[in-house]
Design a binder for this molecule. Structure first.
Ligand code: PLP
Length: 419
């Protein structure tokens, strides 16, 4: 169960793409490092040296779980946003220093702001950035991508593995291979925040087909975050393949081989490694369970609520994510009533000054105006139960009917949206 409490009210938590509950095993694994093993791993006495070895072990675990060849390719950070910033800015600067003509950055229109805003900042600093579009299912426009990869000019490509709003998966194996075939000096970065533990990822494996099977040998850098995988908030990691030119990003001490200074967050690093171990034990079974529940929720919503569209339905998606657009209903009202009904879901639309701004992801997918505001994301976790999915479904059916009954966007006589 992932029920959560606020004062005396119980909530069903189906917003796991926003953050996840810490796994009890992770909490337990971290506990000694708060209570007794609190040394600074750089210190020169026996307990601190023992702790430094634990840190090495955790780094080796993270590397192994991602299929990285060497533990020193893992840099611990504070979150995926930091990893994305460090990767994109660091690789762009390093490339430009060697060859000022290498000034292009390629990304997509549907990235998380932790990539998009970094790219916009680089544009202000003189970079030429191209934002690749997607089709109505959220699939990347391959032709546009290949055209954008100009040899000798592109410094970095940064493309997410799975979309946080829709769950749509990009074929990273193919995109990275195409980049390297065009120009082996292009640095390929992948934001895998929503896919680590949900999809296979192996940084040493070479793709034998275009199927997204996690063969990430052409990926140079990869970001992810602890709090999406049942580890705490405040810990993330950046994988940097040996030999990848990237500037150091936090200057000071020698930690993380001089690339990211600051005393290591030992308890959280231990927690991150434990979370990856836990998921590895039963990743396929967990993914299959989440997918079965997600598909059931999707089928029931489609069957019981008229005028809904599942965004990204025909594209490959992460097993835990469902994004539905509801026509003829105000998104804010639905979210508010869902919260009152005790169900935590979210909308891809950002709430600014009391009204919902359309999601940039769904706008890029050209989701029609009538459904842009009423989109909802259900995201499941390893702890989600069938009973929770049932309760959330009943609440959603009920809330949509209630909101439509008084909505100025819905024709109650005809049972259809008002154009
Ligand atoms: N990238 C993606 C795809 C995300 O979904 C998120 C968080 O939602 C982030 C980056 C940022 O993660 P963090 O909160 O760890 O900085």
């Amino acid at each position: 169960m992932t029920e959560t409490t606020q004062t005396d009210k119980k909530f069903i938590y189906l917003d796991n793409n926003a953050t996840t509950a810490i796994a009890p095993e992770v909490l337990e694994a971290m506990r000694p490092y708060f209570e007794t093993e609190y040394w600074n791993p750089s210190s020169m006495y026996a307990p601190a040296e023992a702790l430094a070895r634990k840190l090495d072990e955790a780094r080796a675990t993270v590397a192994r779980r991602l299929g990285a060849a060497y533990p020193d390719e893992i840099i611990f950070t504070s979150c995926a946003s930091e990893s994305n910033n460090a990767a994109i800015v660091g690789a762009w600067k390093a490339a430009r220093r060697v060859d000022p003509k290498r000034n292009r950055v390629i990304t997509t229109k549907v990235e998380h702001p932790a990539v998009l805003e970094v790219c916009r900042q680089l544009e202000r600093e003189g970079a030429e950035v191209e934002y690749i579009g997607v089709d109505a299912q959220g699939r990347i426009d391959l032709r546009e991508y290949v055209r954008a990869l100009r040899p000798g000019e592109t410094a970095v490509v940064s493309i997410m593995h799975a979309n946080n709003e829709t769950g749509v998966i990009f074929p990273i194996e193919k995109l990275a291979r195409l980049a390297k075939q065009t120009d082996e000096k292009i640095v390929f970065h992948c934001d895998a925040t929503q896919s680590v533990t949900k999809l296979p990822i192996n940084l040493s494996r070479t793709a034998t087909s275009d199927e997204p099977v996690g063969a990430f040998a052409n990926v140079d850098m990869l970001s992810f975050s602890g709090h999406k995988i049942h580890a705490p908030k405040g810990i993330g990691a950046l994988y940097v393949r040996r030999g990848t030119p990237v500037e150091r990003f936090l200057i000071g001490g020698h930690q993380e081989r001089g690339r990211r200074a600051g005393t290591e967050n030992v308890p959280y690093i231990i927690g991150l490694a434990k979370a990856l171990d836990l998921e590895a034990e039963d990743r396929e079974a967990t993914a299959a369970r989440m997918e079965r529940m997600r598909d059931r929720l999707q089928a029931e919503i489609e069957a019981r609520i008229p005028w809904v569209v599942v965004n990204g339905k025909d594209a490959p998606r992460t097993p835990n994510t469902l994004n539905v657009a509801v026509y003829g209903a105000e998104g804010e009202a639905i979210l508010m009533l869902m919260s009152e009904a005790g169900v935590c879901v979210s909308s891809g639309s950002a709430c600014t000054s009391g009204s919902l701004e359309p999601s940039h992801v769904l706008s890029a997918m050209k989701v029609p105006e009538g459904a842009l505001q009423g989109n909802f994301r259900f995201s499941l976790s390893r702890y989600t139960t069938d009973a929770e999915v049932d309760a959330a479904l009943e609440a959603f059916v009920d809330v949509v009917a209630k909101v439509r009954a008084t909505s100025s966007k819905w024709n109650n006589v005809k049972g259809e949206p008002i154009a």
